[in-house]
Ligand binder design. Structure first.
Ligand code: ACO
Length: 360
């Protein structure tokens, strides 16, 4: 029996949504290289592309935009659940729990784009509502006028943010909407493959995204950089970590065996946004040294910077609280998750692998 631990190298399905080319370092959404579209289209336009397979016409975009605005508000049940959760619950656990309260009878049908928009539209409201509640600030209801990303920052900060800042977050979110058969997308497809509903599938995905080996890495990157900011010999320190078997957060990837194209795009965005900055200098220096150490200590493993390393820095640069990093990543990945759930439902076979018994 041939066992592929972690399903390494196993192809589980065909997809028309996106392609992660780990050898060339390319990420494709529906035929478009993400580097060509991430900074020149809006979140709504790229979400439309991923869901429908084509960029929208003006009329179609109006309709998608209208739906996003329509579904931003929490339902009374979601609000009740959100306000009853304990203070020490992490933002990702709150997101998972409150979103699952959206799973009423309106979601029992075959997954649809309307359901995808409904859930994608409400995620920023859950994140911002909880954040302001914990901060002891007045909760800001969603705007009916602002774009998806503008509205997210508006609900978080209580005021309309500068266009430049919105563009930076929007570019980051556009770069991270979809990424092939990553762990959380696979989890969503497994749930969808049992003919369960879209809310349940997304709840599985959020629970999977939360782990530090997947979407939970950015906060760990901040911790690593904070720790390194107090250290004199960075290289020695990084080497000791790797030699003791620790993973350097923000490095390595299951599929990319070359530079992660998203990390390059985010790094360039960051440099143009921040310019000269002590913290950015540290991040750039740590990247260089970490790559050197990984090459020397783990030769032949092809370990490069992944999206999470500079994602942490970009979110810090736009003053997003670290507790919001993984929820924000999830807010953009909602588009990919929902597209995959619909694709799974189109040509469904229940996902049910085998295990080899080695017990008594
Ligand atoms: N630091 C140090 N060593 C590493 C790292 C790292 N970040 N990543 C991989 N390695 C080493 C492993 O120790 C292993 O060494 P070995 O051959 O001596 O045993 C070898 O490289 C292969 O690593 P695996 O863990 O087998 O690779 P896998 O494909 O299973 O894991 C993963 C990929 C989980 C991303 C891993 O690289 C990692 O844990 N990175 C740190 C966490 C992180 O940044 N996660 C975000 C990923 S991007 C995303 O999910 C959005």
């Amino acid at each position: 029996m041939n066992i592929q631990k972690g399903l390494k190298g196993v192809v589980v399905t065909e997809t028309q949504i996106g392609e992660v080319d780990g050898t060339e370092g390319k990420l494709i959404y529906r035929g478009y290289d993400v580097r060509d579209i991430a900074s020149s289209y809006t979140f709504e336009e790229i979400a439309h592309l991923i869901w429908y397979g084509e960029f929208p016409t003006i009329e179609q975009l109006d309709q998608t935009d209208f739906m996003f605005k329509k579904y931003r508000k929490l339902t009374p049940v979601m609000e009740k659940v959100l306000t009853s959760l304990p203070e020490n619950m992490t933002a990702m656990s709150v997101l998972r729990t409150v979103l699952s309260a959206a799973g009423d009878d309106t979601f029992i049908n075959k997954p649809s784009i309307e359901e995808a928009i409904k859930l994608t539209a409400v995620i920023p409201t859950i994140i911002a509502y909880r954040f302001r509640l914990l901060e002891g600030k007045v909760v800001v209801p969603p705007s009916k006028d602002l774009s998806h990303v503008e509205n997210y920052l508006y609900m978080l900060n209580g005021e309309k943010e500068a266009e430049e800042l919105v563009r930076v977050l929007e570019t980051y979110m556009n770069l991270t909407m979809e990424h092939g058969m990553n762990a959380s997308t696979f989890a969503a497809r497994v749930t969808a493959s049992t003919e369960s509903d879209m809310v349940s599938s997304i709840t599985s995905a959020i629970g999977t995204m939360k782990g530090p080996l997947h979407g939970g890495a950015p906060s760990e990157v901040i911790n690593l950089l904070d720790e390194l900011s107090l250290v004199d010999n960075l290289e020695e320190h990084l080497r000791a970590k790797v030699q003791s078997g620790q993973k350097l957060m923000g490095f390595g990837h299951r599929v990319y065996k070359t530079i992660d194209p998203r990390s390059v795009a985010i790094k360039n965005l960051l440099i143009s946004l921040v310019g000269k900055d002590e913290w950015l200098d540290l991040a750039l220096k740590v990247e260089q040294l970490a790559l050197k150490v990984l090459q020397e200590e783990k030769p032949g493993r092809s370990l490069y910077t992944n999206v999470e390393f500079f994602a942490a820095a970009i979110m810090k640069a736009i003053s997003l609280d670290p507790s919001l990093f993984t929820p924000t990543f999830s807010a953009s990945r909602m588009v990919g998750w929902t597209a995959h759930i619909m694709e799974q439902a189109e040509d469904n076979v229940i996902i049910r692998p085998l295990s080899k018994y080695i017990g008594k």
